[in-house]
Design a protein around this ligand. Structure first.
Ligand code: C5P
Length: 314
């Protein structure tokens, strides 16, 4: 619900506040290819947007400011290094207008959790400022700007389930029949640094450590079309799982809990440390979450569904 200040009638010449909701992402398939000269890795991934949301409210202002509440507030910088601020500035540059807005971020997505929380906030800021400033960019143009901010940002503008290539920034929707999948997210106490997890995979490869490498996403895409969670369970794969486990061995306990809590599968999301468990339906998901909470192998859990839409004005 809008608070008193938001309910006040917008002053003359001032746009009404815009509220945008943006989901977290998990990776159903993540294959890490070669390290490129630009420092990024060639990726082939299947992104999946799930119903854990951050929210940004954008109001007219005389400067660009950011405030935040919720998960990780007080830990995230609110200056130029914040991806939401960078997104607003970049949109202003691209459209030749001053970057004035008061942004307020309400966070539920954990920071450095492998769920693209920071990228989600950037996507939300883009969509929010586009609406506040009435710049009216096409989704494609927004996606181009999004790609300048981070590899996952274009997907979070798009949402749904999508194939990501390049460094992850080239996204195309996966045409799967309308079906809702049920997941349990298990959050860890501390985050993992994405660059450090990628550096660890490079180190392992340089040292000839033979982690299994994900193949093509074909099996997973076929499983999505079959709408059968038992089949999907067998196709979830993430090349960043081994390096994340190497950096944070205690995550093995969380992943191993999949059997005990009767989940169909467990996998690390992106660069971790969040673990994702697949459930057959919503009741099963609730039971898995309750078992995980009792077992003490994670900080907390969330039951979510996917796919859901990308960053949208609400
Ligand atoms: O694109 P983004 O800024 O989110 O990436 C964060 C970091 O993750 C990069 O600086 C890089 O170290 C690593 N990364 C990578 N290959 C990718 C995506 C990210 O090595 N395809």
């Amino acid at each position: 619900p809008l608070d008193e200040a938001e309910r006040e009638r917008p002053r003359l010449g001032r746009a009404a506040p815009v509220r945008v909701r943006v989901p977290a992402k998990i990776n159903l398939h993540l294959r890490v290819g070669d390290l490129r000269p630009d420092g990024f890795h060639e990726l082939s991934t299947v992104y999946h947007a799930v119903s854990l949301y951050d929210e940004i409210t954008a109001r007219s202002g005389d400067t660009l400011t950011l405030t935040m509440e919720g998960e990780g507030a007080g830990h995230l910088p609110l200056d130029e290094s914040n991806l939401a601020i960078r997104a607003a500035r970049l949109l202003a540059e691209h459209t030749g207008r001053p970057p004035y807005a008061r942004l307020h971020l309400r966070k539920n997505i954990p920071i450095a959790g492998g769920l693209a929380g920071g990228s989600a906030d950037a996507a939300a800021a883009l969509v929010a400022c586009d609406a506040l400033w009435n710049t009216g960019l096409t989704r494609d143009h927004l996606a181009d700007i999004a790609a300048e901010i981070g590899s996952d940002v274009p997907f979070l503008v798009l949402g749904g389930t999508a194939l990501g290539t390049g460094r992850g920034e080239r996204v195309s929707p996966v045409l799967a029949p309308g079906h809702t999948w049920h997941w349990v997210l298990a959050f860890a106490d501390d985050g993992l640094s994405t660059p450090e997890v990628y550096a660890e995979i490079d180190r392992r490869r340089a040292n000839g450590i033979a982690d299994a490498v994900a193949g093509e996403a074909d099996m997973l895409l076929a499983a999505l079309r079959q709408r059968d969670p038992e089949i999907l369970a067998a196709t979830l794969v993430n090349d960043l799982q081994a390096p994340a486990l190497a950096l944070r061995p205690e995550l093995m306990r969380t992943l191993m809990a999949a059997d005990d809590v009767d989940a169909l599968a467990g996998v690390i999301s992106g660069s971790g440390p969040t673990c994702v468990f697949l459930a057959a339906d919503s009741r099963h998901a609730a039971a898995i979450a309750a078992s995980l909470e009792r077992s003490g192998v994670c900080r907390s859990t969330a039951t979510v569904t996917g796919p859901v839409a990308g960053a949208r004005v609400v």
